[in-house]
Design a binder for this molecule. Structure first.
Ligand SMILES: Cc1cc2nc3c(=O)[nH]c(=O)nc-3n(C[C@H](O)[C@H](O)[C@H](O)COP(=O)(O)O)c2cc1C
Ligand code: SF4
Length: 453
């Protein structure tokens, strides 16, 4: 059986005019919270086994097995366990979690409660992106209902021995707080600086206690898995990437939006069948999973959108969040990369030199190429810089730098001619780098000096 009907979006009509937030009564009347009641009859080990057997992989970007992650939480409790729900969703091109929260908030709350029982978590914090004002209000209302109906609170879930508290914690609008340990720091009231690992959050996470961190969509997969079982979940998607998936389609497509299908559909299908085809010109490329995953090139429409094909055949970092930014033939790829790198240099938290300095230098180089002052050496320098930064070369604490590197690497490799044409070999032009002194009214880079005018 392949994907035949919506799973995560079954309560969200495709027609936008018919969409509304599903509150507690409607959620329960359509089968909601039945799986939480079932989970109360199961042992934590059985719940973890069910989720592990389903092959559910995290939908926040890294694609790590959810059941395996839960199994790392110590079985013997020596103090509180925490859950952090990652609703930070600040990756450019990604807007799927917002969709689930806006229209079916109790699906996520049920997923949270079940995973708290499985991992013996006492408190769940939903860390939501600062700019998601409406979604935070939706969640607060849904939480109030869930408390009133006995899902959360000190009376125990539906009168059971499991006492779970759940809070909405609003971020302040920093991309780096989506990185799980940056998130934990921010949750603790500190600057959102990612932590060195180990220790991993499962052992010492929030407030130095065992902590589970999962993405919104990951948790929304849990109630359907509990209801229909691991085999049903595995009947969708591919053997190594099972299940349904939300695809966020934006850019030059006729019908941008969030679409649910199964993992493993081709890029061509996503663009032409889900998003209504190209708009304004022929296909040129597609950022495949948020900008940190890199770009799929012109001849890669047959790539399967799952955790492996995008990576091994598509030459990208991975599927990421499956937030596609589709670009038509009129897109300037140099400018597109400059936009990505500008984002990273702005969002780098600054702890690691290769990320802080590297992204700022990449941005300056790309600025000057866009301004028509590029040189052949600039391309070499960009490629040299991208090799030096990230967890993969082992020079940074977190994956933000890998995102910078992969965007740069894939854009230049796949659209080399376009970059090379803007960076002539025999250019005699000099590059006007101007040092801007403090107090000068002109803008400065994140490094605060030595920027161009
Ligand atoms: C720079 C950076 C930003 C991230 N932003 C998010 C985010 O907004 N939401 C999210 O779920 N995961 C984000 N992640 C991934 C998280 O670190 C983590 O892997 C994820 O929340 C785990 O949940 P999952 O296993 O359910 O996918 C980010 C990672 C990095 C390196
Ligand atoms: S890689 Fe960049 S964002 Fe991540 S911790 Fe280092 S400086 Fe901060």
């Amino acid at each position: 059986m392949a994907f035949t009907e919506p799973v995560l979006t079954k309560r969200i009509p495709l027609d936008p005019s018919k969409r509304h937030a599903v509150w507690y009564d409607e959620y329960e009347a359509t089968g909601g919270y039945a799986q939480l009641r079932r989970a109360l009859e199961m042992t934590p080990a059985d719940i973890i086994k069910t989720v592990t057997d389903s092959g559910l992989r995290g939908r926040g970007g890294a694609g790590f097995s959810a059941g395996q992650k839960w199994s790392f939480i110590p079985k013997e409790k020596k103090g509180p366990h925490y859950m952090a729900v990652n609703a930070d969703e600040s990756e450019p091109g990604t807007f799927k979690d917002r969709y689930l929260i806006d229209y079916d908030p109790h699906l996520m709350l049920e997923g949270i409660a079940i995973s708290c029982i499985a991992t013996q978590c006492d408190i769940a914090y939903i860390f939501i992106r600062g700019e998601y004002h409406r979604e935070a209000k939706v969640l607060e209302k849904a939480l109030q209902e869930a408390y009133a109906k006995g899902v959360f609170g000190q009376n125990g879930t539906f009168g059971s021995k499991h006492k779970i508290e759940c809070y909405v914690h609003r971020g302040a609008g920093a991309y780096i707080c989506g990185e799980e340990t940056g998130l934990l720091e921010a949750l603790e009231g500190k600057r959102g600086w990612p932590r060195n690992k180990p220790p991993f959050p499962a052992i010492a996470g929030a407030f130095a206690k065992p902590t589970v961190i999962n993405n919104v969509e990951t948790l929304c997969c849990v109630p359907p898995i509990m209801e229909k079982g691991p085999q049903w979940f595995k009947s969708m998607g591919t053997p190594s990437s099972p299940g349904p998936k939300l695809f966020g389609m934006s850019g030059h497509v006729n019908k941008p939006g969030v679409y649910e299908d199964e993992l493993g559909i081709t890029l061509d299908y996503a663009i032409n069948k889900l998003a209504g085809g190209m708009k304004g010109g022929r296909y040129k490329g597609s950022i495949c999973g948020g900008i940190s995953m890199g770009v799929l090139g012109p001849n890669q429409l047959d790539i399967k959108l799952d955790f492996d094909d995008v990576r091994f055949r598509g030459g990208c970092l991975g599927l990421g969040t499956a937030g596609m930014i589709v670009m038509n033939e009129h897109t300037d790829m140099v400018r597109a990369l400059r936009n990505c790198v500008r984002f990273y240099s702005h969002e780098s938290c600054g702890q690691c030199t290769p990320c802080r300095e590297g992204s700022a230098w990449m941005r300056k180089i790309l600025d000057r190429i866009v301004d028509g002052l590029g040189r052949a050496r600039d391309l070499e320098m960009l490629m040299e810089l991208e090799k030096t930064m990230g967890i993969m070369p082992g020079t940074t604490i977190c994956g933000l730098a890998d995102g910078t590197a992969w965007a740069t690497r894939t854009f230049i490799n796949k659209y080399y001619e376009e970059f090379a044409a803007r960076c002539p070999e025999d250019s005699q032009r000099t590059v006007p780098l101007t040092v801007i002194k403090r107090g000068n009214a002109l803008p400065t880079t994140p490094m605060g000096s030595n920027t161009r005018v």
